[in-house]
Design a protein around this ligand. Structure first.
Ligand code: UTP
Length: 297
C-alpha cells in the first residue's frame, strides 16, 4: 500500500516583485480574491484533500500569514458579544486545528527548490504535497484531492498539468509524456522549463501542484543553481525521474496564476461570479465596460 499523503508544503518566501508597491508591506499571498486572501484558497484546497499538516516556508515580512491562521481573540470576543454568529462561524471554518501548521523561514530567496528543501525536517521520510500558493484552482473537487486519488492507485510522484495554447508553451514548465495510464493521466518521461518557441514536447504545463517522494530532499540538498541563478525544483525532479515514476494528471478545473496581474484580476471576476448577489452587479458592469470602456470610468 502507498504511504498516505498527510503533509503539504506551501512556499511563501518569494518577494512578489510583480505586485510592488502592494507587496512592500503586505505579502502577495495575503492579497484578496473577493473576500479571502489567496493563501486561504490554497489551504482550503489542501484540507479538502485530507492534508493534516501544512508547512509554510516563509520569509521576512510574512508574519501576517501566521496571524491569519491563528485565533484572533479580541475580534472573536467582540463578534461573540455582538451576536455575530455567521461571522464567527466563518472564522472558525477557515482556521486550522491547533498544532496542524508549521512555519519555517527560508532566510534568503534562493529559489523554489531551496524553499522546498527548507521543509525537509518537518516533512521527514514520507511522501508529501506541494501547493504553489500563487496558483488557485477553481474546481468542483479539490485539485489536490484529484491528485491524491490518482496517487492511491499509482504511487510514485504526481504532477498536475493543464493544456495551454501552443504559442504560450515557452512561458511555462512543460512535461513530455510516455505511455498513457488512463484518459487523464500518463507517465512523464521528461520536463522542460520554458522551452524555446516551437520546441515544446507537449502543450501540457506544470500547474503548481505536486505529490513528491521524500528522496527529492537528498537531491535538493546538492542541487546547484539553475535557470535564473535559482535552485530549481524542476532540476531535482528531473534527476529523481531516473529512478522513480512520475505521472501527470489533467485535473478537472481551471487554474488562475495570481502571481501576475491578469491572472489575479481574472480570479477575482471568476470567483466573484460564484456569488449570485455579486454576479447580478458584476455582469451589467462588465457589459458596460466592454461596450463603452471610457464611459464606465
Ligand atoms: P515566483 O517566482 O512566482 O514568486 O515563485 P515571487 O518570487 O514571489 O514573485 P515575483 O516574480 O517576484 O513577482 C513561485 C512560488 O515559489 C515561492 C514564491 O513565494 C511563490 O509562491 N518561492 C520562490 C519561495 O518561497 N522562495 C524562493 O526563493 C522563490
Amino acid at each position: 500500500m502507498n504511504k498516505p499523503i498527510r503533509k503539504a508544503v506551501l512556499p511563501v518566501a518569494g518577494l512578489g516583485t510583480r505586485f510592488l508597491p502592494a507587496t512592500k508591506a503586505v505579502p502577495k499571498e495575503m492579497l484578496t480574491i473577493v473576500d479571502r486572501p489567496i493563501i486561504q484558497y490554497v489551504v482550503d484546497e489542501a484540507r479538502a484533500a485530507g492534508i493534516e499538516h501544512i508547512v509554510f516556508v516563509t520569509g521576512r515580512n510574512k508574519h501576517v500569514i501566521e496571524d491569519h491562521f491563528d485565533m484572533a481573540y479580541e475580534l472573536e470576543d467582540t463578534l461573540r458579544a455582538r451576536n455575530k454568529a455567521a461571522a464567527l462561524e466563518l472564522l472558525e471554518k477557515h482556521r486550522p486545528q491547533p498544532g496542524s501548521t508549521s512555519f519555517t523561514r527560508q532566510q534568503a530567496p534562493l529559489g523554489l527548490g531551496h524553499a522546498i528543501w527548507c521543509s525537509r525536517d518537518i516533512i521527514g521520510d514520507e511522501p508529501f504535497a506541494i501547493l504553489l500558493p500563487d496558483v488557485i484552482i477553481k474546481s468542483k473537487v479539490s485539485c489536490l484531492r484529484q491528485m491524491v486519488d490518482l496517487y492511491e492507485k499509482t504511487g510514485g510522484n504526481i504532477i498536475a498539468v493543464e493544456e495551454v495554447p501552443d504559442d504560450q508553451t515557452h512561458q511555462y514548465g512543460i512535461v513530455e509524456l510516455a505511455e498513457q495510464i488512463n484518459d487523464k493521466s500518463s507517465r512523464i518521461s521528461n520536463m522542460v522549463e520554458k522551452p524555446a518557441p516551437g520546441t515544446a514536447p507537449s502543450n501540457l504545463m506544470i500547474t503548481g501542484r505536486y505529490i513528491l517522494q521524500p528522496e527529492i530532499f537528498d537531491l535538493l540538498s546538492s542541487q546547484g543553481q539553475g535557470a535564473g541563478g535559482e535552485i530549481q525544483l524542476t532540476d531535482s525532479m528531473i534527476s529523481l525521474m531516473s529512478n522513480q515514476s512520475f505521472s501527470s494528471l489533467k485535473f478537472e478545473g481551471r487554474s488562475y496564476d495570481c502571481g501576475n496581474k491578469p491572472g489575479f484580476l481574472s480570479a477575482n471576476i471568476a470567483f466573484g461570479m460564484d456569488d449570485p448577489a455579486l454576479a447580478q452587479e458584476l455582469v451589467p458592469f462588465m457589459q458596460e465596460m466592454l461596450q463603452h470602456p471610457v464611459a464606465a470610468e
